[in-house]
Design a protein around this ligand. Structure first.
Ligand code: UTP
Length: 294
């Protein structure tokens, strides 16, 4: 029997964090506007979501984040200027990134009380629909966009799906970590979730990265505003409460993830993404030779 689940067409992008690890760069510019090669992080996240069939977007913003909203508006002066100068390629690139009118909304998280609280702020947008979450500072280089990989699992199971990867045991205290059940290829049944466990008590080294497909029930759990690790309202804790209801899986996605919220991860992403670019790869490879250190 084929069961039809509600189609996945909404995504929430929480961008209300303070980005303290990138100060002073993030003093007046949101972290998500930092470019990898020539595209801001937020643009990668939106493009990935569109490739996965998402049609409606909600950015959860905070103070000082208006550049993120402007980025998805039409830049009349720039476009006119490019047209007058016959710069068709640049114009086409800007236009292909334009959003469908009305497809992107923002809500404010007035105080950054945690990722779970940020998602709860988008509750009116989410309503009764399944939704994706993309954290723009996690960038994934892959043949099939990471969110599309999760969306395919959602289409089969109708349940919750999170992207996971193995991390060194010493780093599990930075992530939400899985207690695993049955494992079928890349798909791992989730029996438990713990946010930022100490390595000695962590149930595994399989950690959640910034891509999720969740059922709307998570909002009911978030609404209790229970504080978890770091005194924050943790998404992981609310997700843990959904285990045992609808199916819940972790997907070891195909691809490489870069933590662009971290300086080394951000630099690695610049190199890896530049090496993918036909117009840049040769020059980048050439200069990298100069930096071969032991
Ligand atoms: P981070 O843990 O990377 O925090 O948030 P941050 O504030 O962005 O950066 P640092 O650690 O100070 O350098 C992970 C994601 O959750 C969002 C962030 O915007 C980021 O996408 N977030 C976090 C919120 O939207 N609200 C919050 O209250 C916390």
């Amino acid at each position: 029997m084929i069961v039809a689940f509600k189609r996945l067409r909404k995504a929430v992008l929480p961008v209300a964090g303070l980005g303290t690890r990138f100060l002073p760069a993030t003093k007046a510019i949101p972290k998500e506007m930092l470019p990898v090669v020539d595209r801001p992080l937020i643009q990668y996240a939106i493009d990935e979501a569109r490739a996965a069939g998402i049609e409606q977007f909600c950015m959860v913003t905070g103070r000082g984040k208006t550049a993120l909203i402007d980025h998805f508006d039409i830049a009349f002066e720039v476009e006119q200027n490019l047209a007058a100068r016959g710069k068709e390629e640049a114009l086409a690139m800007l236009r292909s990134a334009a959003m469908e009118p009305g497809s992107i909304v923002t809500v404010r998280q007035q105080v950054p009380l945690g990722l779970g609280h940020a998602i709860w702020c988008a509750r009116a947008f989410i309503g009764d629909d399944p939704f994706a979450i993309l954290l723009p500072d996690d960038l994934v280089l892959s043949d099939t966009p990471c969110l599309q990989q999760l969306a395919e699992i959602y289409r089969e199971t109708g349940g919750n799906v999170v992207a996971i990867e193995e991390v060194p045991m010493a780093h599990v205290n930075r992530y939400g970590v899985l207690k695993t059940g049955a494992i079928e290829g890349n798909l791992v049944e989730v029996l438990g979730l713990v946010e930022k466990p100490q390595p000695e008590v962590a149930p595994s080294n399989l950690s959640i990265i910034g891509r999720y497909v969740l059922r709307p029930e998570v909002i009911e759990h978030l609404a209790r505003m229970e504080r978890g690790a770091g005194g924050e309202v943790q998404l992981t804790d609310a997700m843990a409460k959904m285990i045992g209801g609808a199916p819940f899986h972790g997907l070891k996605f195909d691809g490489r993830r870069f933590d662009c919220g971290d300086k080394v991860g951000f630099l690695e992403a610049q190199i890896a993404f530049a090496l993918q670019r036909p117009d840049l790869a040769a020059a980048v490879r050439e200069f990298l030779k100069q930096y071969q250190v032991n």
